[in-house]
Design a protein around this ligand. Structure first.
Ligand code: SF4
Length: 371
């Protein structure tokens, strides 16, 4: 049994709800922040494990709505309750508007060693449609401030799918690469239930790229970033050598992780569980865990197989069979035959993997057949 664990801390507050966002996040609830941190610390202290913490990831929402003293108290609870590896990756997601030098210095003094910055775009017109609070200049400034403060493991997020041309995308990627960040995540815009974008899309006030254009943009992004020295190591993620996200990789590699806070999910010792999406219920400790399931062997195999396929190196057959006491080629004979014939899946040097960016672009359709 693996003695490692990866921690996630969800901060469900945002200054303003973005019209495309379906994450569990609340605007106009910052008055509950202090109470939320108190409950978060209780939850951290209630969880006991002898596993060694490999990563701590503050995600959201917008973690940079927190004051430095809040982050410090959460980290103190983590350090006093668990053994944390001295090389643990500690990531903090942040909004460009928050990354002033003093704040960054505070983060650095707490041992945060990786920043994930929600840049989303370098086109001001697109940032407006996305309802973001920053413009491209603020995004540049935020990354520069972070670099000047000594952060040398920075990821930025980009969104596409808003009818960008290849030229637009080239502009986005050129600017992203000019920042010399270590990691870039690129997300296809999708219309999520319950969002303002869903309403606007249904009424025809918003159009997004069609499937074919999105697929072409995906291939363009992959080629561009690879030739700029980034490894396309996961469907949506690119990193310079050695800067792949340890925390996110743990999800894809099927390691144990524990999420704290509203809506956080966990997977520990074969049990999957999820906290309530309701900020009030979480704060009042009502219906705290809303879902819990012990995965049976076949669930574990399917889930692990599909998650690993998201990674560039895919599934190492012998290691996988040993770890899950199975014969994956026999179990998935029909599906593997089908997708190998379609050139979507390949087997080489003992690995099964999605066959390049062309297969990654239709990964949802391919992966769903294995579930
Ligand atoms: S800042 Fe992030 S989490 Fe908050 S509403 Fe916007 S996209 Fe969602």
């Amino acid at each position: 049994m693996n003695n490692k664990i990866y921690l996630y801390v969800h901060i469900p507050f945002c200054y303003k709800k973005c019209p495309y966002c379906a994450f569990v996040s609340y605007e106009k609830r910052l008055s509950s922040l202090a109470l939320y941190i108190k409950r978060l610390i209780d939850e951290i202290k209630d969880f006991k494990t002898s596993k060694v913490v490999q990563s701590i990831y503050f995600g959201g929402g917008t973690p940079s709505t927190l004051k430095i003293k809040h982050i410090e108290s959460v980290l103190n609870a983590v350090y006093s309750n668990f053994t944390v590896d001295k090389n643990a990756e500690i990531t903090f997601e942040s909004n460009p508007v928050s990354l002033k030098i003093d704040y960054l210095k505070g983060l650095k003094s707490l041992g945060i060693n990786r920043l994930s910055i929600g840049v989303q775009s370098f086109m001001d017109s697109k940032l407006k449609i996305l309802g973001r609070l920053h413009d491209s200049q603020k995004a540049f400034k935020a990354v520069k401030n972070a670099q000047d403060t000594g952060f040398n493991n920075i990821s930025i997020d980009l969104i596409y799918g808003l009818n960008e041309t290849e030229k637009d995308m080239e502009f986005e990627l050129k600017n992203a690469c000019s920042l010399d960040v270590q990691h870039i995540s690129t997300y296809m815009l999708s219309i999520e239930k319950g969002t303002l974008f869903e309403k606007l899309f249904k009424s025809g006030e918003l159009t997004i790229s069609n499937d074919e254009d999105t697929a072409n943009l995906y291939l363009f992004i992959s080629d561009y970033l690879k030739s700029a020295g980034y490894k396309h190591y996961e469907i949506s993620n690119f990193a310079k050598g050695g800067f792949e996200s340890n925390h996110n990789s743990a999800y894809w590699l099927g390691y144990d992780y524990r999420g704290f806070g509203v809506s956080a999910s966990s997977f520990v010792d074969g049990i999957r569980f999820k906290n309530t999406d309701s900020l009030d219920n979480y704060i009042n400790k009502k219906n705290y865990v809303v879902y819990e399931k012990q995965l049976d062997e076949i669930d574990k195999i399917k889930e692990a197989f599909v998650l690993l396929l998201r990674m560039k190196d895919g599934v190492e057959i012998e290691h996988f069979n040993k770890r899950y006491n199975t014969n994956i080629k026999k179990l998935y004979k029909n599906e593997l035959d089908k997708f190998e014939k379609l050139d979507m899946i390949k087997e080489k040097n003992g690995h099964i993997f999605l066959n390049g960016a062309e297969a990654m672009v239709v990964s949802n359709a391919v992966l769903s057949e294995f579930i």
